[in-house]
Design a binder for this molecule. Sequence first.
Ligand code: ATP
Ligand code: MG
Length: 427
Amino acid sequence: MSQTLKAVRGTRDLLPPETALWNRIEATARSVFARYNFGEIRTPVFEDTSLFARGVGEETDIVSKEMYTWEDRARAQSEKTQTLTLRPENTAGVVRAYIEHGLGESGQLQKLYYIGPQFRRERPQKGRYRQFSQIGAEVIGPPSAGSESPLRDAEVLEMLATLLDELGITGWTLHLNSVGSAADRARYNDTLRAALAPVVGQMCVDCQRRAETNPLRVLDCKVPADQPIIDTLPVIADSLDEASKAHFAAVTAALDAASVPYTRNHRLVRGLDYYTRTTFEFTHGGLGAQNALLGGGRYDGLSEMIGGPKAPGIGFAMGEDRLVLTLLAQETALAQKADAFIAPLGEEMNAAALNLARELRHQGLWVELGEGSFRLKKSFEAADKTARQIVILGEDELKSGILTVKNFSTGIQTKVPRAELAVFLSN
Ligand code: ATP
Ligand code: MG
């Protein structure tokens, strides 16, 4: 016997009714993005590997161990064998497209959003998958378009607060920090390296390696025993130059003016190499270990890193899977049922029932159609599982035009004229 095939580890099928929640999240995101004047971009799911190596950074966990990469063999003399990668994130692809299509040449800010799958070979666990979906947005453009302005950072953060509120996600925390310019970070790395030298021997092996290669990453360490040591390390705020300090102060002043609450988190340096100045994360207590709903920041040098013009920008990526988990834990998101179940009495009523269902559906109702060969008891059981109300359609009802409706939550049975049925059922 052949072995049963299953979805690959770290991937999942999304089924109804949960997919209704995914659709609601995406519809809400599209609606908020449109009001903030963002347009949608759809980039390919795979790209040249070097885009991520250069854009995300060779040193990052994503590039060094999590990417799905393969040799794509040439199929014709005119083709070259290429090394391709399933996208682990979407910012690099968006910036590549910005450069490729010369979007900066308009002189306008580009405000782009995307929704789609990303791929990382991580250890699967709750809220962490190998294929997952991100909803993200980028604001990018030439400096003359105001792309470096702290107002853009504040606008993006205020939009995120609005989106989470409209999704009905309550109790989030915005963690905010600045990692400064490339020069600030180089200076801070030196300061950290010096501060780590006497203590790093007591830290985990990963930290010992990071202290050599990229001391900033030590701040990401989650090993409990290392935490008291990390708490004593110098903070990046003290290594920022005047321009970076002023930029950050302007971001926080605009957030205060817009009443968006945040906490300064000196350890928030984020896992991707391209960030400059503002970095942020929104967390939620209901998620357990994988508590980040979304992360993002400013990436003023990214376009140049992948061969483009100077194009500062800021963006974020939300983990859609984690939005779903949060909403599932917090509300009866999936408790929705159809407005009505039409139960034909006998097979000869099937065609009339199909016609009644069509009438109600055209009037905007959510309707399930039963089956006339079912006994009435079986129709009631099926209806109770899928709908709020059942409508009985027998020969008498068809002739008189008066239908019997039972509401399952009140238990009340009512006679309703056919002309008033849609209004009655929608209440
Ligand atoms: P984490 O610290 O949780 O690994 P990250 O810093 O790797 O997150 P980003 O690369 O900034 O995350 O991605 C933005 C968001 O995408 C995260 O905040 C999270 O909500 C989501 N995300 C990242 N990796 C995964 C994954 N493997 N499965 C599900 N969601 C993910
Ligand atoms: Mg990660």
